[in-house]
Design a protein around this ligand. Structure first.
Ligand code: FEO
Length: 396
């Protein structure tokens, strides 16, 4: 796809962001197979100019050049900081220095973060309250507090006259390619993966924000990662489902195996669930992409965790997975645990303890010694049938 330097998304409204094709990991945790973008937007009104969000450190000059292609950067009146995380706010010190008369616009919490992170002096910060607006003459920017999406200070900016919502991380996707989301074939896959990684732990706050923006006449959603939604219904509908915690008759089977015994059990479980009509996603923790796993957690009604005992406890990769479940708070309702040990058990008990925090019903657990016998495999099938029954009984 041909890269466009700046993109006009409405009269006087321009994408001036950058594409980070080479970024391969985010938060030192989540792989980015398709890079990402840091979207910033320039809004030029009859009596004022505003930059909405900035870019990741290292791209300051690119941002400056893009702004200069459209306007005098020195004339910018407002730099809107929807979110203080450095991928969007990291260029604030650079921009505030060049745009020397600009005020930084942020929530009260954002203002504190701007002082701590970016050393913006208090007198250059304009704190805005929920629903407060700034006029650029013929363009009005209204600010909507949206805490925890993705940090406590986050807000959305709504450009009233053009019906454009700038929600920063919300509605984003980690994709370097594509200007508009309808040009990207598998957009919802990337958006879902991103939801699972960034927004899923904050589903309640997401629902509140969706209610808040429901009354707006949104024509375009311009997030700060990935493509712009000029047909916003698709992403809005998906977000409503994900925020509500809708699940499918689906199980994410996540496992690690040392000598193939646990693996034999989880594969038998996969067959049993599939034969009962449950959609199955199998993830071997040795090779799986954590982003793919997280994407499957968004709508799985059940998790099956398979782990051998090693040195008296569950394999460390299974501990990692259980911790990830706890941190990301997927809407999963049921779980099962499968384990094989060589000379001493304990993995199942440890994993069950960890899953308590997830508030799932552990339908059953099986711990065996060594490779599974025919009888063991039959027990796995029985657990699979019981799990499938609970999955279908519970519904979405
Ligand atoms: Fe894209 Fe929370 O920063």
């Amino acid at each position: 796809m041909k890269e466009r330097n700046v993109v006009k998304i409405a009269e006087g409204v321009y994408w001036v962001g950058v594409r980070d094709w080479n970024r391969k990991i985010f938060d030192a945790l989540i792989p980015l197979p398709k890079g990402t973008s840091y979207n910033a937007y320039l809004v030029i009104g009859k009596s004022g100019k505003a930059l909405i969000d900035t870019v990741n450190p290292g791209f300051e000059k690119d941002l400056e050049d893009k702004i200069r292609a459209l306007a005098n950067i020195e004339d910018i009146d407002y730099v809107v900081m929807n979110h203080a995380e450095p991928d969007h706010a990291g260029a604030i010190p650079y921009i505030m220095k060049v745009a020397s008369r600009a005020k930084l616009v942020a929530t009260a919490r954002g203002a504190k973060m701007a002082q701590i992170y970016y050393r913006v002096p208090q007198e250059r910060i304009k704190v805005v309250a929920d629903n407060e607006a700034i006029s650029l003459g013929d363009k009005t920017l209204r600010f909507i507090e949206a805490p925890m999406l993705h940090w406590p200070e986050t807000m959305f900016t709504y450009l009233e006259e053009d019906g454009i919502l700038f929600p920063c991380d919300f509605f984003g996707s980690h994709l370097a390619e594509g200007v508009y989301s309808d040009e990207v074939e598998d957009l919802l896959v990337h958006a879902k993966r991103y939801w699972g990684e960034i927004m899923m732990p904050f589903r309640t706050m997401a629902q509140k924000a969706l209610e808040k923006i429901a009354k707006l006449n949104i024509k375009v959603i311009a997030p700060s990662h990935g493509p712009i939604h000029r047909r916003p219904e698709l992403i809005l509908d998906a977000y409503k489902r994900w925020a509500a915690g809708e699940t499918k008759p689906k199980a994410a089977i996540v496992y690690v195996s040392m000598w193939s015994s646990t693996e034999a059990m989880v594969k038998q479980m996969a067959e049993a669930l599939a034969s009962e009509g449950v959609e199955v996603a199998l993830h071997n923790l040795i090779v799986t992409d954590v982003g793919d796993l997280v994407e499957d957690l968004v709508d799985s009604r059940a998790i099956v965790l398979g782990a051998p005992t090693v040195l008296g406890g569950a394999h460390p990769l299974a501990i990692y997975a259980a911790y990830l479940f706890k941190a990301l708070r997927p809407p999963t309702k049921f779980a099962a645990v499968l384990s094989s040990y060589g000379w001493g058990g304990g993995a199942v008990r440890q994993i069950q303890d960890m899953l308590k925090d997830l508030k799932v019903e552990v339908v059953d657990a099986l711990e065996i010694n060594g490779p599974p016998t025919d009888e063991d495999m039959k027990r796995v099938v029985d657990i699979g049938k019981a799990l499938a029954k609970r999955i279908f009984e519970a519904g979405g």
